[in-house]
Write a protein of this length. Structure first.
Length: 225
């Protein structure tokens, strides 16, 4: 059987205003057996059009571009009814700085994390695979540092969180600490499949998109701090 049919390649869109940088990334990703670059764009406006047209799985989105930057493009991707994208892609922000307030804002809008533009090719590829698989590409400690100057909403526990079962809260806290499914399984004496089931229920009940959103939710609502 054709392996491509069994394991479809990850469809990636590259969004950056530096053509040379985009071209280099395209060569690197195109050489991966499990990836293909299906669209490129030089700014947020062009990115939205390309995403609508090609439906990528993962978007590498530069933070600073004009006239529309990556933060605004990310907001529109995940905004309710703003852009008709069908299935929303996962978004990884590309930034030059370790602590970038714009990246933090993009994560609040729905991005699955950020990577530095001078990251190694291996790290970029692994980040794409991780995000495509439902993980985040930023450590919770780094995310907390990014959000530390942002106002928190309220010290009172939000209603949706209170509706979680005791076990779901235990899993929630473990995810917020950055533990992997395997680590959570070992800590809570659960099978990994059960951990995945709990995480799915948590995301659904709290209307969150992925694990990085659990970290944001935990920080904003002073849960576990």
């Amino acid at each position: 059987m054709d392996e491509k049919l069994t394991h479809p390649r990850i469809r990636v869109a590259l969004v950056d205003d530096q053509q040379l940088f985009r071209s280099g990334l395209a060569v690197i990703l195109g050489a991966q057996p499990d990836m293909e670059v299906i669209a490129q764009a030089a700014d947020g406006t062009e990115a939205l059009a390309q995403i609508c047209m090609h439906g990528p799985d993962v978007v590498l989105m530069d933070v600073q571009m004009s006239p529309m930057d990556g933060v605004e493009a990310t907001r529109r991707i995940f905004g309710d009814g703003e852009v008709n994208l069908g299935a929303r892609p996962k978004v990884i922000m590309l930034t030059t700085f370790d602590w970038d307030e714009h990246a933090a804002t993009a994560i609040r809008h729905g991005a699955s994390g950020f990577i530095l533009k001078d990251s190694t090719p291996e790290f970029v590829c692994e980040s794409i695979r991780a995000v495509h698989g439902g993980s985040a590409v930023i450590a919770p400690q780094s995310l907390a540092a990014l959000l530390r100057d942002e106002p928190v909403s309220t010290p009172e526990l939000p209603g949706p969180y209170l509706e979680l079962t005791e076990r779901e809260r235990e899993v929630f806290n473990a995810v917020a600490l950055g533990l992997t499914n395997q680590e959570i399984s070992s800590k809570l004496f659960l099978s990994e499949s059960t951990v995945k089931t709990h995480i799915g229920a948590i995301l659904r009940k709290l209307s969150l998109r992925d694990r990085v959103q659990i970290v944001v939710y935990s920080y904003e609502n002073c849960i576990g701090r």
